[in-house]
Design a protein around this ligand. Structure first.
Ligand code: 28F
Length: 646
């Protein structure tokens, strides 16, 4: 291999410089290549490598992928595909393996004919991971030989070499990398984050087996994901804590205009839609043409069926898309050679051929399914018609409030103690559980900028109610009018009356439940408020410590211990009070500990858009009817909710 390099001496020099510049660019602006250098970027390194192995699976050559988190937080990914080619790439004058691992954007360009199908955040691949790793090594198993190369921050230690033999039948690629701790703010891998993403990848690539192992734990923790049914099983999984309306998961599959389309769907008895769309295994949180094609096909096909079968009379209005999608769980997955992403965050599919392909494949196969399964078809149509009636009732109720508002000016809820400042940028609203805590908060607040809305007891669980009932609920109406934005299609963020919406509840189980109900409501009705960072949780203290007229507050058990250890000292003069609720604090204490912008702790609520499936599962599991999944969920997540139970 050395000789080859010599022959192409000149070009090699130029190439080498380009490569080093490429790697330097990645290290200088890592965010451009992997999104961020936070925990999210750290985990993206794994997805980049796994995606290369998934491509090999999609090409039909790899059946297993093994991912392990090693003791030192390095990652090993191994597949049983053909193994990255190791022969000399004549244009570059070096092993193809080295090219893949050192040349920026090497991925698809070399395969010819769109080898690269899946892709990470930016589809940039192995060289980026290499550039951002303290060290990385690759082994390729082919024809009884083990090929090897290692790198430090992207630069090869030596040429690719043979380091030993393996069984003749063995083939594949194994990569181990240690993320560079001078680049990443966080270098500790989270097992559950990888678990969720790898499970999703396995759903999207039917038949592929992905094994995840955590070697930092003793005994090792491990999960295996293998779904023969692919996205059909994905839908079953998403519906696991809901009641399905019928047994079958409806499945459509086909190719048109070079777009490979797969759709799986099933209705449940809830009132929410959960549709996840993917392009080349990457989630598209903002949808795009593939989603539009699906929605169009669904609305058209169900209306045609309902009319043709006299379920919907000629005199009745057509079912809307929203009506048909009430309680629908669906996964749309398309594979396309050159995806074009649009929109501000480049998360929206733009290819117009995807719209047509999904529309025609779903229309044709869904029509056939409905004809073959009249009972299922009738169940869905009836549910849609109920949704239609509830929507109509809700619209009337809403129009009524609108007209009232127009007549009476700002009809703010009676219980609201509004602030005097009229510039929303300066204002915040505290949503407080219970009248008594609401009373203290009203006394404590800074009147100019802080508004208080006390809510009586538990608010309506929106997971279990239809729109008309939700509009009829006084607590919900109070919040909607106070915020000023409207909901769903009417939502207008420019009308938001407060920059911060702060949920303030007791630090106990009931308080946590009320926060969850509140967040469920906000997530389902005004998700944009959360996305744009307007929603917060207040953090009241758990303990008050007094000693010789000095006062300290502790917001957790750890903090209490630390304070006692380091500042207060553990002795008989300490008076430690455990707060059971907001009501136990007088107005001044509430102000000092929880409301004063100078001293309080606020937690901003965020939505991880890449994790849409898990968010939905969390809400439906916590708020839904099924007890068993909820118990399991709480047990699995015990470490996160522990301090709520004391
Ligand atoms: C642990 C991560 O990266 N697996 C991969 C292959 C297989 C081929 C390939 C990869 C050819 C020249 C670009 C083999 N034989 N796992 C992996 N397995 N890349 S990455 O080819 C890459 C192109 O440069 C492969 C025949 N064709 C392709």
């Amino acid at each position: 291999m050395g000789a080859e390099n010599m022959e192409t001496g000149n070009e090699y020099g130029a190439d080498q410089i380009q490569i080093l510049e490429g790697l330097e660019a990645v290290r200088k602006r890592p965010g451009m290549y992997i999104g961020s250098t936070s925990a999210r970027g750290l985990h993206h390194l794994v997805y980049e490598i796994v995606d290369n192995a998934v491509d090999e699976a999609l090409a039909g050559y790899c059946k297993n992928i093994y991912v392990s988190i090693n003791e030192n937080n390095s990652i090993t990914v191994e597949d049983d595909g053909r193994g990255i080619p190791v022969d000399i790439n004549h244009k570059a004058g070096k092993s193809a393996l080295e090219v893949v691992y050192t040349v920026l954007h090497a991925g698809g360009k070399f395969g010819g004919g769109g080898y690269k199908v899946s892709g990470g955040l930016h589809g940039v691949g192995a060289s980026v991971v290499n550039a951002l790793s303290k060290n990385l090594c690759v082994e390729v198993y082919k024809e009884g030989k083990v090929y090897f190369q290692s790198y430090k921050i992207g630069k090869p230690d030596e040429d690719v070499k043979i380091i030993g033999n393996c069984e003749k039948e063995k083939h594949g690629t194994k990569v181990t990398f240690l993320p560079d701790d001078t680049i990443f703010e966080e270098t500790i891998y989270d097992y559950d984050t990888l678990k969720q993403r790898l499970r999703e990848t396995a759903f999207l690539t039917k038949g592929l087996r992905i094994t995840l192992t955590d070697k930092r734990e003793n005994p090792e923790r491990t999960h295996e994901f293998h779904y023969a049914g692919g996205i059909k099983e994905f839908v079953t999984y998403l519906n696991k804590s809901k009641e399905a309306l019928y047994q079958n998961v409806i499945y459509c599959e086909g190719s048109k205009d070079n777009v490979y389309v797969e759709v799986a769907m099933q209705h449940n008895d809830s009132y929410n839609e959960l549709t996840l769309s993917f392009v080349n295994n990457i989630i598209t949180p903002e949808g795009g043409t593939h989603l539009a094609g699906f929605r169009n096909a669904l609305t058209k096909t169900f209306n045609a069926y309902a009319r043709a079968n006299k379920l919907l009379k000629d005199t009745e209005p057509a079912l809307s898309g929203d009506d048909i999608r009430e309680g629908l769980t669906a996964v749309i997955s398309v594979k396309i050679e050159e995806p074009q992403f649009e929109g501000q965050t480049k998360q929206k599919l733009g290819n117009s051929e995807a719209r047509g392909a999904v529309d025609s494949i779903v229309s044709e196969q869904l029509t056939y399914f409905l004809e073959q399964n009249p009972t299922v078809a009738k169940t869905i149509c009836e549910k849609s018609m109920l949704a239609q009636r509830a929507r109509e009732a809700a619209r009337k109720a809403r129009d009524l409030t609108r007209r009232k508002t127009a007549l009476e000016g700002m009809a703010l809820p009676g219980k609201l103690a509004d602030c005097s400042d009229k510039d929303p940028k300066n204002c915040e609203i505290f949503i407080v559980e219970g009248d008594s805590a609401g009373g203290s908060a009203k006394t404590a607040r800074s009147r100019a900028t802080q508004a208080i809305l006390p809510l009586r007891g538990k608010i309506l669980n929106v997971e279990k109610a239809r729109l008309d009932k939700i509009y009829g609920n006084a607590e919900i109406k109070a919040m909607i009018t106070a915020f000023g934005t409207g909901i769903h299609d009417d939502f207008d963020i420019t009308k938001l009356r407060y920059d911060k919406i702060i949920i303030m509840t007791d630090a106990d189980v009931d308080g946590a439940h009320i926060s969850t109900l509140m967040l469920t409501f906000l997530y389902r009705f005004m998700p944009e408020l959360i996305r744009q960072g307007h929603v917060y949780l207040a953090t009241p203290p758990l303990y008050k410590i007094e000693k010789n007229k000095n006062v300290w507050y502790a917001y957790s058990d750890e903090e209490l211990n630390k304070l006692l250890e380091e500042e207060v000292g553990r002795d008989g003069n300490n008076k430690i009070q455990r707060y059971k609720g907001l009501g136990e604090m007088d107005a001044e204490q509430l102000w000092e500990t929880t409301m004063d912008p100078e001293r309080r702790i606020l937690k901003r609520v965020m939505i991880d858009e890449e994790n849409a499936s898990e968010i939905d599962i969390t809400f439906t599991t916590l708020m839904g009817d099924k007890v068993e999944p909820r118990r399991e969920f709480i047990e699995e997540n015990a470490k996160y909710v522990q301090n709520l139970d004391v």
